[in-house]
Design a protein around this ligand. Structure first.
Ligand code: HEM
Length: 296
């Protein structure tokens, strides 16, 4: 009798273990292969192109290699800095066009450069969520990381304290070169249907340098282009978004600009500038996303 009970218990435990292992394998297979391939097919059917999915790491190895190579040598002052700051995105868009994607591991990340779509993404911030790693979630508390009701309350309280006039010369060297979003449910954006699981890149730097929106002198430093406001400076309203746009626009933008204007004014009272003969042009951005945003 005792032996039978033991045998039944063992058989239940064994079956449960087999089932658990089977489920884990199925989830892993779905995560690293089935889901990415399904999303790839879906995106290609909608006119997107990019590299074929490579199991697990996607484009990450190539991305790391391209970034390392781009940073390994300085550039000349007239060179296109986007090729140094966002080398892989630049490479993919050059080869596959603006409707392209890169593989962030098993998740496809589509490029959104059309200002109308960028506008929609910023407006639908309840669907297109800011993308943050679990570590960033742990470290970055406060408004930047909040969502929904919690964000709304804090934002409403803090907004008046930061209100001031604007300056627009951050176009060429935008401190944040790229913003990313993840959609939480299937949504139609323009003519494209975006399923959940797809990431979206809003490549600020590439849009800010785009001849299509800024004309032939897009890469030229010419603050006068803003003399009649941002909307007249480019062919599109949302071609300039160094501080994001819409309801979640940077709360500190006026403060940051005021602070830099003050600092610049104080420095200019005492010093003059000239380019050092030994200067090497090697701009670097501290973070691919918002993160630390220092240039050297
Ligand atoms: C040149 C300096 C700065 C730049 C380029 C910058 C850029 C940005 C960008 C692009 C976003 C939107 C991120 C997204 O949509 O994913 C953002 C959000 C934010 N920034 Fe800044 N920022 C700057 C300085 C500051 C400063 C000085 C403060 C505070 C004093 C600040 C506070 C915030 C806050 C609170 C948010 C989140 C707003 C929300 O989620 O509603 N920023 N910033």
């Amino acid at each position: 009798m005792e032996a039978t009970l033991w045998a039944v218990t063992f058989s239940i435990a064994f079956s449960t273990a087999i089932l658990a292992v089977g489920c884990a394998w199925w989830m892993l297979l779905n995560w690293v292969w089935l889901k990415p391939k399904k999303l790839e097919k879906f995106l290609r059917e909608q006119g997107f192109s990019g590299n074929s999915y490579k199991v697990f790491h996607g484009d990450m190895k190539e991305l790391a290699q391209t970034t390392k190579e781009a940073k390994s040598r300085p550039i000349s002052l007239s060179d296109d800095i986007a090729r140094r700051i966002l080398p892989f995105h630049h490479h993919i868009i050059t080869n596959f066009g603006k409707n392209s994607f890169i593989w962030m591991g098993p998740r496809p990340n589509i490029h959104i450069t059309d200002p109308k779509m960028i506008r929609e993404i910023f407006l639908k911030h309840d669907i297109f969520k800011k993308l943050r790693s679990p570590l960033a979630k742990l470290l970055a508390t406060g408004m930047v990381g909040y969502d929904g009701e919690q964000w709304f309350k804090v934002r409403k309280i803090a907004t008046p304290a930061f209100h001031h006039d604007k300056l627009k010369v951050l176009r060429l060297y935008s401190p944040a070169p790229l913003l990313t979003r993840a959609n939480v449910k299937e949504i139609k954006l323009g003519e494209i249907v975006i399923p959940p699981g797809v990431l979206l890149s809003l490549p600020i730097m590439l849009v800010h340098h785009d001849h299509e929106y800024w004309g032939d002198d897009a890469k030229k430093f010419n603050p006068d282009r803003f003399s009649e406001g941002v909307s007249k400076a480019s062919k599109n309203q949302i071609s300039f978004f160094s501080f994001g746009w819409g309801p979640r626009i940077c709360l500190g933008q006026n403060f940051a600009l005021l602070e830099s204007k003050l600092a610049l004014a104080m420095i200019l009272q005492k010093f003059t500038f000239q380019l050092s003969p030994t200067y090497i042009h090697a701009p670097t951005c501290g973070g691919a996303n918002l993160g630390s945003t220092h240039w050297t």
